[in-house]
Design a binder for this molecule. Structure first.
Ligand SMILES: Nc1nc2c(ncn2[C@@H]2O[C@H](COP(=O)(O)OP(=O)(O)OP(=O)(O)O)[C@@H](O)[C@H]2O)c(=O)[nH]1
Length: 328
């Protein structure tokens, strides 16, 4: 008994977000099988019972109808958590299968619950099959209205989800370059510094600034300046590891957070980024475009706050920029 109860609980438990497709599919197959089995046996049972008592027939009809409604609702709830296209197809198939099972059942049961006088008066026939078909059509209409409302609601939910996904993305993404923005950088870097302080690997920070960007804007137009910023973002994206984070802070300032990285690795990465930007063919944007970056780096001391780490790598970046200016 315990095993059966547990199986039922698992079967009708709400699907979890991390459920695999295979597990969801298996549950759906089980559910549908259960519903169909239930209906087939109930239909068989009711059509073979010769009730004398009208109340008993009515009770059976109400119980069967409620069971149908409860099971159907459980299945709809389950499927409303599936992606729109899948849930639409799955529900349609399910609904047709259920109605196919329901038809003979309704034809068989209708004469039990509806007095013949009523049929005579309103439908003009006592033919049970005709009455059954009428009931069937009513159920189809009713179900398709519910179906339409469900699909409409799912579409609205999907649209609302999409809008909130867009807002969520915009809140953490730089619109021009598609890189994470300052907010996302501060969130992730703060979390990684805490992990590092709690015994994780070292965190290093690279501060990046485009050299003479105002000159590029003024000489080549702001649009070309934008293309340069996008190009810098591409260089950062293609050079950092998946576990690192490259973000745009503001204007021509970018940042890279390196995880599990000591000072030696940060120095190498800083040089690699400066070389990659200098080597890139910027003439595809505008002939003679002079693009280079200065990169400062610092490795976090245990428990160091993000603001202090940023200050140290910023100071180093300006020192490098200054040295470059003096050299040129
Ligand atoms: N094209 C473009 N320009 C921007 C954007 N945001 C800020 N800027 C410009 O970026 C320039 C930043 O220049 P600065 O960093 O102050 O100066 P710089 O010329 O880079 O000088 P150094 O950093 O000392 O080499 C300013 O001219 C801003 O107007 C943007 O989204 N697109």
């Amino acid at each position: 008994m315990q095993v059966v109860l547990q199986a039922f609980q698992r079967l009708f438990a709400m699907p979890k977000a991390d459920d695999t497709w295979a597990r969801r599919a298996a549950r759906t197959v089980l559910e549908v099988t259960l519903v169909l089995l239930g209906f087939t046996s109930l239909s068989f049972l009711v059509s073979h019972l010769d009730f004398e008592d009208v109340t008993a027939r009515t009770v059976v009809a109400i119980v069967v109808g409620s069971a149908y409604a409860a099971l159907y609702t459980a299945v709809v709830l389950r499927h409303s958590r599936m992606p729109q296209a899948w849930s639409s197809v799955a529900l349609l198939v399910l609904e047709l299968a259920m109605l196919a099972i329901l038809l003979p059942f309704l034809v068989g049961l209708s004469h039990l619950v509806v007095p013949k006088r009523f049929l005579d008066l309103f439908v003009g026939t006592t033919n049970e099959t005709a009455w059954g078909i009428l009931v069937f059509l009513a159920v189809v209409l009713f179900a398709s209205r519910g179906w339409g409302r469900y699909v409409g609601r799912s579409a609205r939910i999907a649209a609302a989800n999409e809008t909130s996904r867009v807002y969520e993305r915009l809140a953490h993404e730089d619109v021009l370059t598609g890189l994470p923005n300052r907010r996302r950088f501060e969130q992730d870097a703060t979390a990684w510094l805490s992990e590092s302080a709690a015994g994780g690997g070292g965190v290093s920070l690279l501060m990046i600034d485009v050299n003479r960007f105002k000159f590029i804007n003024d000489t080549y137009t702001h649009n070309i300046g934008d293309e340069v910023l996008k190009g810098i973002a591409e260089v950062l994206r293609s050079n950092v590891r998946k576990t690192d984070l490259a973000a745009r802070l503001a204007g021509d300032e970018f940042v890279v957070v390196l995880r599990d990285a000591d000072e030696g690795f940060a120095r190498q990465m800083a040089q690699r980024l400066m070389d990659a930007v200098s080597r890139r063919d910027w003439s595809t944007i505008a002939a003679g475009l002079p693009v280079s970056i200065s990169v400062g780096y610092a490795t976090a001391a245990k428990g160091e706050a993000l603001v202090d780490l940023m200050l140290r790598s910023d100071q180093q970046m300006y020192a490098i920029k200054q040295a470059g200016r003096t050299a040129s």
